[in-house]
Design a protein around this ligand. Structure first.
Ligand code: PAF
Length: 284
């Protein structure tokens, strides 16, 4: 596996891979790799000849009161895991490489980015879309792979590629879960054992709503009540939002159909957890 912390060797590698007519898949991450990321690498390997994994804790997507300083970082471990999982090139740039002094142009997400995660974390998606645009220009992947756990992010990146005619396909890999259903996240590392038990409220709420929906309850307000009641059984969880939305614009729906997204965010102490389910798909 090649390791690059700067742009020129990445570009040189990319030119060589193009000459060999090989397809490249990019898996963008902020590091602290877990099985969820490695599953995305597995998907990327199926979709392309060569896989680039980026590790960059992007300051632009963190609000001033968020966890940028304490976000888990372990580049040596990430490097070993990436190598073992078949990554061809690990790109871990320094902040000055991604945002050289004086850089000020940003990608703005629009109305869809202002809802839900965007409402709770103002500017978050502008930061994500800006760094992903830059990564797409640097790596020039034929395909980029994101996780369903961050479903609003994945939707916005699909829109970014479409709206700007970027020549990249966006693939979305399923959420990877612990045996008890907790969605894998680098932020799970912040949870105490008791906090982790509270965190299970999200998957339990999603399961309860999915069950009620498959029994025939399609009214979004009634499904939202099911979600709310289930979350209320976890007193250590403070919900940020309960969203039952269309998959394109993330606008609330009144009638929940196949493909409607049920998305939740909640805090356990200072740790934010998110999870979601696409109605009509499997929920383990
Ligand atoms: O999902 C993430 O880890 C980040 O938001 C991403 C896509 C790597 C951009 O920094």
């Amino acid at each position: 596996m090649l390791f690059c912390s700067d742009i020129p060797p990445l570009r040189a590698w990319r030119a060589q891979v193009r000459r060999a007519s090989q397809r490249v898949a990019l898996v963008p991450t902020m590091g602290a790799l877990h099985q969820g990321h490695l599953a995305l690498v597995g998907l990327a390997r199926q979709l392309a000849d060569r896989v680039v994994l980026s590790v960059f804790v992007n300051p632009l997507q963190f609000g001033p009161a968020e966890d940028l300083a304490r976000y888990p970082r372990d580049l040596d471990r990430d490097r070993r895991l990436a190598d073992e999982s078949g990554v061809d090139l690990l790109f871990a740039p320094a902040e000055e490489a991604m945002y050289p002094p004086g850089s000020e142009i940003r990608v703005h997400g629009g109305a869809t980015a202002a809802r839900w995660e965007g409402a709770v974390r103002p500017g978050h998606f502008d930061g994500v879309l800006t760094v992903v645009t830059k990564l797409f220009h640097l790596v020039e992947p034929e395909v980029a792979v994101f996780g369903q756990k961050d479903i609003q992010q994945a939707t916005l990146i699909r829109r970014l590629a479409r709206d700007f005619d970027l020549p990249v396909a966006i693939a979305v890999g399923p959420t990877v879960r612990e045996a008890d259903g907790l969605a894998l996240s680098s932020r799970n590392a912040y949870l105490s054992p008791a906090g982790r038990r509270e965190g299970l409220g999200l998957i339990q709420a999603l399961r309860a709503a999915a069950r009620r929906w498959s029994e025939g309850e399609h009214r979004a307000d009634r499904l939202a009540a099911v979600l709310q009641e289930t979350l209320a059984g976890f007193p250590g969880l403070t919900p940020d939002y309960i969203a039952i939305v269309d998959p394109e614009r993330f606008e609330p729906v009144t009638e929940a159909r196949v493909g409607t997204i049920v998305a939740l965010a909640a805090r356990v102490g200072s740790t934010r957890l998110i999870d979601n389910h696409i109605l009509g798909t499997e929920l383990p």
